[in-house]
Design a protein around this ligand. Structure first.
Ligand code: GAF
Length: 376
């Protein structure tokens, strides 16, 4: 495996890490003016980066094929392709926003597991953004407001260069997350608030169950859901569904109604979850997690057999609540469990997967961790 020095003939200037994220609740509402409650996790993508004095980009990864040798001037919508677009796109977006950013040499040395639904793409964008901030002296990484500017650049990279029409939840979690808290993100104005979330203090563990499946239709379906929600709001003559109540949805047809109902009820569940967490009643959020999953599976139709199985088997073995997390169609589920039931729940989920003939899931305990940071 090549080192940075072997690849580029020089040492890196430093090393930066961008964490993946778990979304506690508030799924598929970050592109609908809604509220979500993600947190940064311990699994991180690490980049070694060296500043260049010209505008060239040399991008490599230890684990992924491809990369990029080119010039910043050639970066734009659709260019470069593959994972390099996430990195080059961040530099492009910062320049578009008026920041004086030049070329870099970059090696991805570790990564959040790809396809796990824990947002490896945001982890990469955010690690690269913080590196650019440090190396070109932009002064954004040291404050919440500055980091929000980096979030916006990472989101533009994903939306405009990579071409994935995602919301901004993952980038906000990766750059603004802090240990001991989930991040309440209001996508109406992109404001954020740290909400206490420390399961261990309540005798609980949050398990992440990576189903290791990724269904190929996921990207098309994501765009279709987003379009449905926008159409529902337009049909009702509202800028978004954010402040709609269930009674307001009666005018929608049978296709749009369940999609809109998910958005409206999910935003309400986030508010209820935050109220419980602010009140120190973390163990009581289980039913809200369950209801979120039921809504995502039934009304929004973004779950899949393996995610449903993970949640059902976890609940049957003693989880207080369980739901899919992230975009869906595979990826990961979360289960809130009493600490003394964690092993039994994990064993029961593995047994259910074995019995159903599915791949063995990867199951680990998680908790809110630090956001993107310089690590060397
Ligand atoms: C993916 C997207 F990238 C996020 O913006 C969000 O929409 C999520 O799916 C669903 O909540 O992770």
């Amino acid at each position: 495996m090549s080192t940075f020095a072997e690849l580029f003939g020089r040492e890196p200037d430093g090393r930066w890490a961008g964490p993946g994220r778990v979304n506690l609740i508030g799924e598929h509402v970050d592109y609908a003016d809604g509220l979500c409650l993600p947190f940064a996790i311990a699994q991180r993508t690490v980049v070694e980066v060296g500043r260049r004095d010209d505008t060239r980009l040399r991008l490599r990864s230890r684990s992924e094929e491809g990369g990029y040798d080119g010039d910043l001037a050639d970066v734009g919508p659709g260019r470069p392709e593959g994972w390099a677009g996430y990195v080059a796109g961040v530099l492009w977006a910062l320049r578009e926003a008026g920041y004086a950013v030049g070329g870099i040499d970059l090696l991805v040395t570790d990564t959040v597991p790809l396809g796990s639904g824990l947002s490896s793409s945001a982890a990469l964008e955010c690690g690269a953004a913080l590196a650019a901030d440090d190396l070109f002296g932009l002064g954004l990484g040291g404050s919440t407001g500055g980091r929000q500017t980096l979030v916006a650049a990472c989101r533009r990279a994903e939306n405009d260069v990579v071409g994935a029409q995602t919301g901004g939840m993952d980038q906000a979690a990766s750059l603004l997350g802090t240990a001991g808290h989930a991040l309440l993100l209001d996508t109406h104005d992109d404001s954020t608030r740290q909400v206490p979330f420390a399961p261990a203090d309540a005798g609980l563990t949050l398990l992440v169950i990576d189903t290791k499946v990724r269904h190929s239709h996921a990207d098309n379906q994501y765009g279709a859901r987003r379009a449905s929600v926008e159409k529902a709001a337009a049909t009702l003559g509202r800028p978004s569904l954010r402040d709609a109540g269930l009674d307001d949805l009666a005018a929608l047809d049978a296709d749009l109604l369940p999609r809109a109902r998910h958005v409206v009820t999910e935003i309400a569940r986030v508010r209820e979850t935050v109220a419980l967490l602010d009140d120190g009643r973390l163990p009581e959020i289980g039913p809200l997690l369950d209801a979120s999953h039921a809504s995502l599976a039934g009304d929004y139709e973004v779950s899949c057999l393996e995610l449903d199985l993970a949640c059902e088997s976890a609940r049957a073995a003693g989880a207080l609540g369980a739901r899919m997390t992230g975009g869906g169609f595979g990826g990961s589920a979360i289960a809130l469990v009493p600490v003394d039931r964690a092993d039994a729940v994990a064993d029961a989920v593995r047994a259910a997967f074995a019995e159903g003939g599915h791949r063995e899931p990867d199951i680990r305990a998680t908790e809110p961790s630090a956001g993107a940071e310089r690590v060397a």
